[in-house]
Write a protein that binds this ligand. Structure first.
Ligand SMILES: Nc1ncnc2c1ncn2[C@@H]1O[C@H](COP(=O)(O)OP(=O)(O)OP(=O)(O)O)[C@@H](O)[C@H]1O
Length: 234
Protein backbone atom coordinates (compact mmCIF):
# COMPACT_ATOMS: atom_id res chain seq x y z
CA UNK A 1 0.00 0.00 0.00
CA UNK A 2 1.24 3.50 -0.81
CA UNK A 3 2.26 5.57 2.20
CA UNK A 4 0.42 8.84 2.85
CA UNK A 5 2.43 11.71 1.33
CA UNK A 6 3.76 14.32 3.73
CA UNK A 7 2.12 17.55 2.59
CA UNK A 8 3.78 19.92 5.07
CA UNK A 9 6.37 22.07 3.40
CA UNK A 10 9.83 22.05 4.97
CA UNK A 11 10.94 25.38 6.46
CA UNK A 12 13.17 27.65 4.34
CA UNK A 13 16.86 26.70 4.18
CA UNK A 14 19.33 27.71 6.93
CA UNK A 15 20.92 31.14 7.27
CA UNK A 16 24.68 31.09 7.66
CA UNK A 17 26.46 34.04 9.26
CA UNK A 18 30.22 34.24 9.08
CA UNK A 19 32.83 36.86 9.91
CA UNK A 20 36.01 37.26 11.93
CA UNK A 21 35.82 36.96 15.69
CA UNK A 22 34.78 40.24 17.29
CA UNK A 23 33.28 41.75 14.14
CA UNK A 24 29.85 41.91 15.78
CA UNK A 25 27.97 38.87 14.45
CA UNK A 26 26.30 38.15 17.79
CA UNK A 27 25.47 41.81 18.34
CA UNK A 28 23.86 42.31 14.93
CA UNK A 29 21.96 39.01 14.96
CA UNK A 30 20.46 39.62 18.36
CA UNK A 31 19.35 43.12 17.36
CA UNK A 32 18.08 42.21 13.88
CA UNK A 33 16.34 38.90 14.41
CA UNK A 34 16.28 37.82 18.01
CA UNK A 35 14.92 40.97 19.63
CA UNK A 36 11.24 40.33 18.91
CA UNK A 37 9.05 41.50 21.76
CA UNK A 38 5.83 40.61 20.02
CA UNK A 39 4.14 37.32 20.90
CA UNK A 40 2.09 37.71 17.73
CA UNK A 41 5.21 37.99 15.62
CA UNK A 42 7.79 35.66 17.17
CA UNK A 43 11.05 35.35 15.28
CA UNK A 44 10.86 32.72 12.52
CA UNK A 45 14.61 32.06 13.13
CA UNK A 46 16.37 30.01 15.77
CA UNK A 47 19.94 29.06 16.58
CA UNK A 48 20.70 25.35 16.83
CA UNK A 49 22.02 24.05 20.15
CA UNK A 50 25.74 23.30 19.88
CA UNK A 51 27.74 20.64 21.71
CA UNK A 52 30.71 21.59 23.88
CA UNK A 53 33.23 19.95 26.18
CA UNK A 54 33.52 23.08 28.35
CA UNK A 55 31.90 22.91 31.77
CA UNK A 56 28.49 24.57 32.25
CA UNK A 57 28.62 28.06 33.78
CA UNK A 58 26.35 28.99 36.68
CA UNK A 59 22.75 29.17 35.42
CA UNK A 60 23.38 27.23 32.19
CA UNK A 61 21.20 24.19 31.52
CA UNK A 62 22.29 21.13 29.57
CA UNK A 63 20.41 21.01 26.26
CA UNK A 64 19.49 24.69 26.39
CA UNK A 65 22.56 26.92 25.97
CA UNK A 66 24.67 23.90 24.95
CA UNK A 67 24.71 20.13 25.04
CA UNK A 68 27.52 19.58 27.56
CA UNK A 69 29.46 16.42 26.72
CA UNK A 70 32.77 14.71 27.51
CA UNK A 71 35.75 14.99 25.11
CA UNK A 72 35.23 11.29 24.25
CA UNK A 73 31.87 12.20 22.68
CA UNK A 74 33.64 14.39 20.12
CA UNK A 75 36.36 11.78 19.54
CA UNK A 76 33.95 8.92 18.82
CA UNK A 77 31.23 10.84 16.99
CA UNK A 78 32.97 13.08 14.40
CA UNK A 79 30.55 11.82 11.73
CA UNK A 80 27.61 13.37 13.59
CA UNK A 81 29.07 16.88 13.27
CA UNK A 82 28.74 19.40 10.48
CA UNK A 83 31.69 21.29 11.97
CA UNK A 84 33.83 21.39 15.08
CA UNK A 85 36.27 23.95 16.45
CA UNK A 86 38.64 24.06 19.40
CA UNK A 87 38.48 27.30 21.37
CA UNK A 88 40.70 27.83 24.43
CA UNK A 89 41.21 24.07 24.68
CA UNK A 90 37.49 23.24 24.59
CA UNK A 91 35.70 21.59 21.69
CA UNK A 92 32.59 23.16 20.20
CA UNK A 93 30.51 21.76 17.35
CA UNK A 94 27.20 21.68 15.52
CA UNK A 95 25.60 18.32 14.86
CA UNK A 96 23.39 17.66 11.86
CA UNK A 97 20.71 16.59 14.33
CA UNK A 98 20.77 19.99 16.06
CA UNK A 99 19.96 21.65 12.73
CA UNK A 100 17.29 19.07 11.96
CA UNK A 101 15.68 19.70 15.38
CA UNK A 102 15.26 23.41 14.59
CA UNK A 103 13.77 22.59 11.20
CA UNK A 104 11.34 20.14 12.81
CA UNK A 105 10.05 23.07 14.87
CA UNK A 106 9.36 24.73 11.52
CA UNK A 107 11.93 27.45 12.17
CA UNK A 108 14.76 28.72 10.00
CA UNK A 109 18.05 27.55 11.48
CA UNK A 110 20.72 30.23 11.98
CA UNK A 111 24.32 29.04 12.08
CA UNK A 112 27.24 31.21 13.14
CA UNK A 113 30.11 29.44 11.36
CA UNK A 114 33.79 30.18 10.96
CA UNK A 115 35.39 30.09 7.52
CA UNK A 116 36.40 26.42 7.89
CA UNK A 117 32.77 25.56 8.71
CA UNK A 118 31.53 27.50 5.67
CA UNK A 119 34.01 25.68 3.42
CA UNK A 120 32.93 22.26 4.74
CA UNK A 121 29.28 23.15 4.30
CA UNK A 122 29.79 24.47 0.77
CA UNK A 123 31.65 21.28 -0.22
CA UNK A 124 28.80 19.14 1.19
CA UNK A 125 26.17 21.20 -0.63
CA UNK A 126 28.09 21.05 -3.89
CA UNK A 127 28.51 17.28 -3.86
CA UNK A 128 24.82 16.84 -2.93
CA UNK A 129 23.83 19.01 -5.90
CA UNK A 130 26.08 16.94 -8.17
CA UNK A 131 24.62 13.68 -6.87
CA UNK A 132 21.11 14.99 -7.40
CA UNK A 133 21.93 16.00 -10.96
CA UNK A 134 23.20 12.52 -11.64
CA UNK A 135 20.11 11.15 -9.83
CA UNK A 136 22.32 8.84 -7.77
CA UNK A 137 20.44 9.92 -4.68
CA UNK A 138 17.20 8.18 -5.65
CA UNK A 139 18.83 4.98 -6.86
CA UNK A 140 21.10 4.61 -3.84
CA UNK A 141 18.38 5.85 -1.47
CA UNK A 142 20.97 7.03 1.06
CA UNK A 143 20.15 9.77 3.54
CA UNK A 144 22.36 12.77 2.94
CA UNK A 145 22.98 15.12 5.86
CA UNK A 146 23.63 18.05 3.53
CA UNK A 147 20.29 17.84 1.75
CA UNK A 148 18.63 20.12 4.33
CA UNK A 149 21.28 22.78 3.58
CA UNK A 150 20.48 23.03 -0.14
CA UNK A 151 19.65 26.67 -0.90
CA UNK A 152 21.27 27.97 2.32
CA UNK A 153 21.89 31.72 2.41
CA UNK A 154 25.36 32.98 3.29
CA UNK A 155 26.06 36.41 4.82
CA UNK A 156 29.54 37.68 5.64
CA UNK A 157 30.05 40.45 8.23
CA UNK A 158 33.24 42.44 7.82
CA UNK A 159 34.74 45.29 9.90
CA UNK A 160 35.22 48.78 8.41
CA UNK A 161 38.96 48.39 9.07
CA UNK A 162 41.39 46.05 10.70
CA UNK A 163 42.17 48.52 13.49
CA UNK A 164 38.44 48.77 14.31
CA UNK A 165 38.31 44.99 14.69
CA UNK A 166 41.28 45.10 17.03
CA UNK A 167 39.63 47.84 19.12
CA UNK A 168 36.38 45.87 19.41
CA UNK A 169 38.18 42.76 20.56
CA UNK A 170 40.16 44.82 23.08
CA UNK A 171 37.04 46.60 24.39
CA UNK A 172 35.16 43.32 24.73
CA UNK A 173 37.70 42.36 27.36
CA UNK A 174 37.51 38.65 26.59
CA UNK A 175 40.97 38.11 25.12
CA UNK A 176 44.46 37.49 26.44
CA UNK A 177 47.29 38.97 24.36
CA UNK A 178 47.81 35.52 22.80
CA UNK A 179 44.18 34.90 21.80
CA UNK A 180 43.94 38.50 20.52
CA UNK A 181 46.98 37.95 18.31
CA UNK A 182 45.62 34.63 17.06
CA UNK A 183 42.16 36.05 16.31
CA UNK A 184 43.65 38.97 14.38
CA UNK A 185 45.96 36.70 12.41
CA UNK A 186 43.01 34.48 11.46
CA UNK A 187 40.89 37.52 10.62
CA UNK A 188 43.15 38.52 7.70
CA UNK A 189 42.60 35.33 5.69
CA UNK A 190 38.95 35.10 6.78
CA UNK A 191 38.23 38.60 5.43
CA UNK A 192 40.07 37.76 2.22
CA UNK A 193 37.92 34.65 1.72
CA UNK A 194 34.69 36.32 2.83
CA UNK A 195 34.99 39.28 0.50
CA UNK A 196 35.96 37.18 -2.56
CA UNK A 197 33.44 37.65 -5.32
CA UNK A 198 30.62 35.08 -5.38
CA UNK A 199 31.41 33.25 -2.14
CA UNK A 200 28.73 34.93 0.01
CA UNK A 201 25.24 36.07 -0.99
CA UNK A 202 25.74 39.36 0.86
CA UNK A 203 28.57 41.20 2.61
CA UNK A 204 27.73 43.67 5.37
CA UNK A 205 30.22 46.18 6.73
CA UNK A 206 29.61 46.59 10.46
CA UNK A 207 30.53 50.25 10.93
CA UNK A 208 27.68 52.02 12.68
CA UNK A 209 25.81 49.35 14.69
CA UNK A 210 22.29 50.72 14.01
CA UNK A 211 22.88 51.09 10.27
CA UNK A 212 24.45 47.62 10.04
CA UNK A 213 21.51 46.12 11.97
CA UNK A 214 19.05 47.75 9.56
CA UNK A 215 21.08 46.51 6.60
CA UNK A 216 21.18 42.97 8.03
CA UNK A 217 17.40 42.99 8.52
CA UNK A 218 16.91 44.27 4.92
CA UNK A 219 19.23 41.62 3.52
CA UNK A 220 17.51 38.82 5.48
CA UNK A 221 14.09 39.96 4.25
CA UNK A 222 15.48 40.01 0.70
CA UNK A 223 16.96 36.51 1.01
CA UNK A 224 13.80 35.17 2.73
CA UNK A 225 11.00 37.07 0.94
CA UNK A 226 8.22 35.33 2.90
CA UNK A 227 9.61 36.42 6.29
CA UNK A 228 9.06 39.73 8.05
CA UNK A 229 11.23 40.90 10.93
CA UNK A 230 10.03 43.12 13.72
CA UNK A 231 11.69 46.53 13.19
CA UNK A 232 12.54 48.74 16.14
CA UNK A 233 12.39 52.53 16.17
CA UNK A 234 15.97 53.82 16.56
N1 LIG B 1 29.09 48.49 15.01
C1 LIG B 1 29.72 48.37 16.18
N2 LIG B 1 30.33 49.45 16.72
C2 LIG B 1 31.01 49.34 17.89
N3 LIG B 1 31.12 48.22 18.63
C3 LIG B 1 30.52 47.11 18.15
C4 LIG B 1 29.79 47.12 16.91
N4 LIG B 1 29.31 45.86 16.69
C5 LIG B 1 29.72 45.12 17.74
N5 LIG B 1 30.44 45.85 18.61
C6 LIG B 1 31.10 45.39 19.86
O1 LIG B 1 32.21 44.59 19.43
C7 LIG B 1 32.41 43.50 20.33
C8 LIG B 1 32.36 42.18 19.52
O2 LIG B 1 31.03 41.93 19.10
P1 LIG B 1 30.41 40.45 19.12
O3 LIG B 1 30.74 39.77 20.41
O4 LIG B 1 28.99 40.58 18.71
O5 LIG B 1 31.29 39.79 17.94
P2 LIG B 1 31.22 38.33 17.31
O6 LIG B 1 31.52 38.51 15.87
O7 LIG B 1 29.93 37.67 17.65
O8 LIG B 1 32.44 37.63 18.02
P3 LIG B 1 32.78 36.05 18.25
O9 LIG B 1 32.83 35.42 16.90
O10 LIG B 1 34.13 36.08 18.92
O11 LIG B 1 31.71 35.50 19.15
C9 LIG B 1 31.31 43.59 21.39
O12 LIG B 1 31.87 44.18 22.55
C10 LIG B 1 30.25 44.47 20.74
O13 LIG B 1 29.51 45.19 21.70
Amino acid sequence: MDSIPNLTLPPPPPLIICGPSGVGKGTLLSKAIFSSTSLLLPSPFSFSTSHTTRLPRFGETDGLEYNFVLPSFFQSNRHLFLETATVHGNEYGTTFKAVRDVRERNLICVLDLDVQGVKTLKRGIQSTEQQQQQQQQQTENKTNNFEMFLGSKFIFITPPSFSTLEKRLLNRNTETSETLKLRLENAKSEIEYGTEEGVFDEIIVNDDVEKATEKLADVIEKLYPDQRLERRKQ
